[in-house]
Design a protein around this ligand. Structure first.
Ligand SMILES: Cc1ncc(COP(=O)(O)O)c(C=O)c1O
Length: 334
């Protein structure tokens, strides 16, 4: 894996912290990997995947990166921030309920505008054809002499997943330094939106002896869907790094799909890369640019949790030494 080009973009190691009060309440020894602290505006879990994907983009002499996600996608926000940092142009396709509505002036959509990303809103139907759409746009840009690099939704392919293989090496080093009594965890739990984190964590947890078991809580889609996605990503990662061991046991929990906290709106939570993004505070009236009216879809959105902090939202790596029996109470253990 050392041979695969990687940029050092994230602020690492991110803290591995015990959560004593929640641990007591849940009856487990509970630790959290603070990937919300992996950077500034680019923080969150995507930066780890982008360390590999953007290294590849630069190696291929790309001058523009293109990706896609939900209207308030964390992945697209992180990609826009890192592209700006590296001097690359950024083109994003965002799925919107009403693609003709103005761009929201809050949350990740606002940050992407401030970061200079070129944004196109597309419908849910168009989003289903996102790979063909982005390929066609890439071909158009190539004809104009540009050098686009395509990043899939969530940065979730084999190359991107190596970011979480590397993250597990980081956890191993933290254990070796004495954190969590230096013992491997019984279980790692994390949020899953596009599958790359899950595939990478399962590979890295096995490679570095961090945990035998991973449960990925799907914020959208079904467990069966993510089983297929993770198998594909695992295969792609293995083609890049043939020495990878079989992954840790990986299962997807879809009982909470669409009910994640800090969800921008219940409707947004039904698709990948969308469900952890914040809505504006209840007290703020959404401003609009002089030339644009405010979005009707925003005005009629159902009540939401207001959670600005999750602009820099966390990819939760909760690990629980000695906790499997208790995890069963959460329904996390079959
Ligand atoms: C904050 C956060 N954590 C976790 C995830 C899940 O990561 P992945 O897209 O690799 O499944 C996402 C993306 O959906 C996210 O935005």
């Amino acid at each position: 894996m050392q041979q695969i080009p990687r940029l050092r973009l994230a602020h690492t190691p991110t803290p591995l912290q015990r959560l004593p009060r929640l641990a007591e309440r849940l009856g487990v020894d509970l630790w959290i990997k603070r990937d919300d602290a992996s950077g500034g505006v680019e923080a969150g879990n995507k930066i780890r995947k982008l360390e590999y994907l953007l290294a590849d983009a630069l190696a291929r002499r790309a001058d523009l990166v293109m990706t896609c996600g939900a209207l308030q996608s964390n992945h697209c926000r992180a990609t826009a921030a890192l592209a700006a940092r590296l001097g690359l142009r950024c083109r994003v396709f965002l799925r919107a309920e009403d693609p003709s509505a103005p761009l929201p002036l809050h949350g990740n959509a606002l940050l992407m505008q401030l970061l200079g990303a070129e944004i196109t809103l597309i419908s849910a139907a168009e989003y289903r054809e996102r790979e063909a759409l982005m390929s066609a746009e890439a071909r158009r840009l190539e004809r104009l002499g540009r050098r686009p690099y395509l990043i899939p939704e969530g940065g979730s392919n084999g190359l991107g997943s190596l970011g979480y293989v590397a993250a597990m090496e980081e956890v191993r080093q933290q254990l070796d330094a004495g954190l969590a009594d230096g013992r491997p965890f019984d279980l790692i739990v994390h949020a899953c939106g596009s599958g790359g984190t899950a595939a990478g964590v399962a590979l890295g947890a096995a490679l570095h002896g961090v945990a035998p078991r991973v449960v990925a809580a799907a914020v959208c889609d079904s467990a069966a869907y993510f089983d297929r996605i993770a198998a594909r990503i695992d295969q792609e990662a293995r083609e890049l790094v043939p020495s990878l061991p079989p992954p840790a046991s990986l299962s997807f929990e879809d009982k909470i799909a669409g009910r994640a906290p800090a969800t921008a709106s219940p409707r947004q939570s039904s698709c990948a890369s969308s469900s952890m993004s914040p809505a504006p505070p209840a007290s703020s009236s959404t401003p609009s640019t002089p030339a644009r009216r405010s979005s009707p879809s925003t005005a009629s959105s159902p009540p939401t949790l207001r959670c600005w902090a999750s602009v820099y939202c966390f990819s939760i790596q909760v690990a629980c030494p000695g906790s499997l029996p208790r995890a069963r109470r959460w329904g996390l253990s079959s």
